[in-house]
Design a protein around this ligand. Sequence first.
Ligand SMILES: Nc1ncnc2c1ncn2[C@@H]1O[C@H](COP(=O)(O)OP(=O)(O)OP(=O)(O)O)[C@@H](O)[C@H]1O
Ligand SMILES: [Mg+2]
Length: 314
Amino acid sequence: MDRNDQDTSVKVAVRIRPQNAKEQVDMCRVCTFVTPGEPQVVLGRDKAFTYDYVFDTGTEQVQLYTSCVEKLVEGCFSGLNATVLAYGQTGSGKTYTMGTGFDVTVLPDEQGVVPRAVHHLFNGINSRIQDAIKEKRDPPQFDVSAQFLELYNEEIIDLFDPSRDTSNSKRLKIHETHEGVIYVDGAVVQSVKSESETLDALKRGALSRTVGSTNMNAQSSRSHAIFTISVSQKRPVLQSTDASDSAGSQDWETLTAKFHFVDLAGSERLKRTGATGERAKEGISINCGLSRLWARTAKEQLQKELRVVKEKTR
Ligand SMILES: Nc1ncnc2c1ncn2[C@@H]1O[C@H](COP(=O)(O)OP(=O)(O)OP(=O)(O)O)[C@@H](O)[C@H]1O
Ligand SMILES: [Mg+2]
């Protein structure tokens, strides 16, 4: 993607995780170098790659959140949709960065993107309501709901459905409307009223997520997980200063926004993960899903570039 194109809707951030204990014991060499002041990573001697953001090994969770996710969450209040998608090799730090593992021992500083975004969202909601009350305006009304799905071995599992592990569990199917909106029929959409309620729901779902141990990650995600927050905001329309317009009753507008957080399972080589049996079957399914996603993204990107070329040559 052309990095000078300010209208671009896709931004790529690369995060390099610090070496783990095993890599240190094995005296593995760090083969990445981040060019100071540039979003550029150099591999080996001279292979330089430039992205929208590059975060080196010392990057803290808060830095990553404020640099590239905060403004997307703020966009929800203006009715803008967004997706944050973590993609990478197994053990590279996707679940850690997204904060979807919900390890109970995680310190506040180590919280990932999702809990930070939920905090930011409810803070934003409360401050908008409080500001309106202080200024004696009609406060906006918010409806927030959440959905948590995993794609495991080609099957969609609803992590909010209490009957998912029983024989009563529903088989979920993906549908697409005429307008190209993708939705999953029959999945639980849970209404949430506060930060703690949302995080509790998310934690319950995360604990049921399929995780397994491989040689490359003791807590490897064996499924792709999608956590979606939908925000509906009904707010008073600002009145015109024209006296003749202000005589009528208050008009209201409704803005809706969807935020998807996607923590993909990592691409893996069976030889390196040492996976056999069920783990190997999962690994094959994960790799198939990722290559389809990659093919689709590449196709969309190509179509977009072709459109730009056609418009420029017109
Ligand atoms: N930036 C980081 N700082 C410290 N520890 C990290 C960092 N990134 C990842 N880790 C640690 O590395 C290990 C692997 O990370 P994680 O489980 O997030 O990988 P993953 O990309 O989700 O892998 P998989 O695709 O197998 O699910 C975890 O123990 C995690 O705590
Ligand atoms: Mg993971």
